[in-house]
Design a binder for this molecule. Structure first.
Ligand code: C2E
Ligand code: MG
Ligand code: MG
Length: 558
């Protein structure tokens, strides 16, 4: 650079640099006099990265050479924006190369200082070196989950509109089982490498846990990402080969556009996981976008989810259970109740479970909430047992709870802690359980049944697989969904359906509970069928525990 910096300006640069160094707390400092593009860098950085000198002209360009090729474009764009006066600061993450060829992950935060005329004069900041190990995935060499969350936090802080795609491999356990674990690892490695090459400079690739990867896109439209995924899927289906052995890979993908910055990284991740789960469970691997129309309602839903998630970690603040009576179909006496989850806050009022359970059930926090629900329900039910000895408490389960290896010990421990008799607990599973391995599910049910716990199939008839579950699982009760009884009074066919459902239940030795009884007319009709119990607004809406006790006493059905 011909334009050599005058001595006085260098002095100013030095004193400003010292000020930065004091607040940098050990991080590397850089400061650039933008009028001369003359910089001073921390000695420690110069040594670690083998930079030419502490004082450098065009340090930005020199530093660029040290940045990982994949991260370079992003870096260059940011620096250009700063030097052209379009941006007044940056917060970047990139990998920087050391003389031994290894890369360290660094975050770099900088600000522009303007002169009295408002023209950019200095650009300075700190570079934090996160080291090599903690940020990279050892198997694939990609950036890891930790690094993903850091990037996510940074993007939220800077309010960068990004799109995040979670891509994973379907049924990878089968590959491990068929070809062995070592081969499985090599496939993951190869897939990671392929994904990185395929994405190129369009986005940054991370390996999350297991077989899941994430790609962060800055500028691509949904259509472009769909196309990228389509190609990736086609290629993976053709098979990835290692030493003449090829594994055909099927993928799943979820996508979220980050344009709400009032939520945190964990909530974004929960939403992304939800979209991914939908792709896996319902869409045979098609890419699912998390609420592709981000209406005001959906926006509020995400924000609400954010607050609800936080409540779980704040000792379940705002969560409570209501209990809906279950009565004997003949005597109409109380024989049990179903525990139904609610959440309430000052801001949102009471939120029904349908609004948050489907979003939350794949969240790593959900099992904790599941345990809390069971404990609360058993503690309350114990009180009712004192008045009503045959009382049965029904607790709903989400299929994701059953997947957890500690599910059985969790239930048994909770029974022990609360000193609750297992024969008075009935766990409700839903048709969604078809997504689990049938042997695993049967095994869990059989093991818990030997302890005396009962099982019911909820919402019977609302999905396609209810029959399969009834056939394969030793269920005690089948709960017929209220959609079946809505028109029972005027429609013969609906009545016939009830007849079939009760027939199926008795073939397999299960009792029948009908949900959603709203009128005495419906009750009268159903009393002619093989139905053992009723539940519905005709008897009572879900009640607080104290109200359930009063309800029971008022009806004198001790
Ligand atoms: P579900 O287990 O089938 O619960 C029955 C739902 O039907 C409840 O809605 C109940 O309030 C409602 N209901 C009962 N009788 C009537 C009636 O006569 N008419 C009408 N219109 N509705 C009636 P809720 O409490 O909103 O729960 C919705 C769903 O949320 C539940 O369906 C269940 O799948 C899920 N859920 C609730 N609590 C939990 C929980 O603790 N854990 C899990 N995993 N899921 C839960
Ligand atoms: Mg239920
Ligand atoms: Mg139900």
């Amino acid at each position: 650079m011909e334009n050599k910096i005058p001595k006085e300006r260098k002095k100013v640069l030095d004193s400003l640099f010292e000020a930065f160094a004091i607040v940098a707390e050990g991080a590397f400092v850089y400061l650039c006099d933008m009028k001369y593009d003359y910089s001073r860098w921390s000695k420690t950085a110069v040594e670690l990265f083998d930079l030419p000198a502490e004082y450098m002209y065009e340090a930005g360009k020199i530093w660029e050479e040290h940045i990982h090729p994949e991260d370079r474009e992003n870096y260059r764009r940011e620096i250009e924006a700063i030097f052209s006066g379009l941006s007044f600061g940056h917060d970047l993450q990139y990998r920087a190369k050391k003389p031994d060829g290894n890369y360290d992950v660094c975050t770099c935060r900088g600000v522009v200082i303007l002169d009295q005329d408002g023209v950019p004069e200095y650009f300075g900041g700190v570079i934090r070196n996160h080291g090599l190990q903690s940020q990279l995935d050892e198997l694939t060499g990609l950036r890891n989950q930790y690094s993903f969350f850091e990037a996510l936090q940074t993007n939220i802080r800077l309010q960068n509109r990004i799109r995040i795609c979670m891509i994973g491999i379907r049924k990878f356990t089968e590959i491990n089982e068929v070809y062995g674990y070592h081969f499985g690892n090599m496939i993951l490695q190869k897939f990671g490498r392929y994904l990185m090459d395929h994405i190129g400079s369009r986005g940054s690739v991370y390996r999350l846990d297991g077989t899941k990867f994430a790609v962060v896109f800055k500028d691509n439209s949904i259509e472009e990402i769909q196309k990228i995924y389509k190609n990736l899927r086609e290629h993976s289906r053709e098979g990835l080969c290692i030493d003449n052995q090829c594994a055909i890979l099927d993928l799943n993908a979820g996508l979220i556009t980050l344009d709400n910055f009032s939520i945190n990284d964990q909530t974004v991740y929960a939403c992304l996981n939800f979209a991914y789960g939908e792709s896996k469970d319902r869409k045979q691997g098609e890419m699912v976008e998390f609420y592709n129309n981000l209406t005001e309602e959906n926006r509020q839903r995400i924000e609400k989810l954010h607050v609800i998630r936080a409540s779980i970690t704040q000792e379940y603040r705002g969560f409570y259970l209501l209990y809906q009576p279950v009565v004997d179909a003949r005597s109409e006496k109380l024989i049990g109740a179903e525990a139904l989850l609610r959440w309430r806050s000052e801001e949102y009022g009471m939120v029904p479970p349908d609004h948050f359970i489907p979003l939350l059930e794949r969240d790593p926090l959900f099992p904790d909430l599941g345990r809390w629900i069971l404990k609360r329900a058993l503690t309350d039910a114990k009180e009712i047992l004192m008045y009503c000895p045959e009382f049965m408490i029904n607790v709903n389960l989400s299929y994701t709870q059953l997947e957890k290896p500690d599910f059985i010990p969790m239930v048994l421990e909770t029974l022990k802690e609360t000193e609750y008799p297992p024969e008075h607990l009935c766990l409700e599973i839903t048709e969604r359980c078809r997504l689990l391995d049938m042997d695993l599910l049967r095994n869990i049910i059989v093991q818990l049944k030997t302890k005396g716990i009962r099982f019911a199939l909820d919402d019977f008839g609302t999905g396609f697989s209810s029959m399969g579950l009834v056939k394969n699982l030793p269920l005690d009760t089948i709960k017929i969904d209220r959609s079946f009884v809505l028109k029972i009074e005027e429609d013969d066919k609906e009545r016939e359906m009830i007849g079939h459902c009760t027939g199926i239940a008795s073939t397999f030795g299960a009792k029948v509970c009908v949900e959603g009884i709203e009128t005495s007319g419906v009750r009268d009709i159903l009393q002619e069928y093989q139905v053992q119990s009723f539940q519905g607004y005709y008897y009572s809406k879900p009640l607080e525990i104290e109200d359930l006790i009063s309800w029971m006493k008022e009806r004198k059905i001790k």
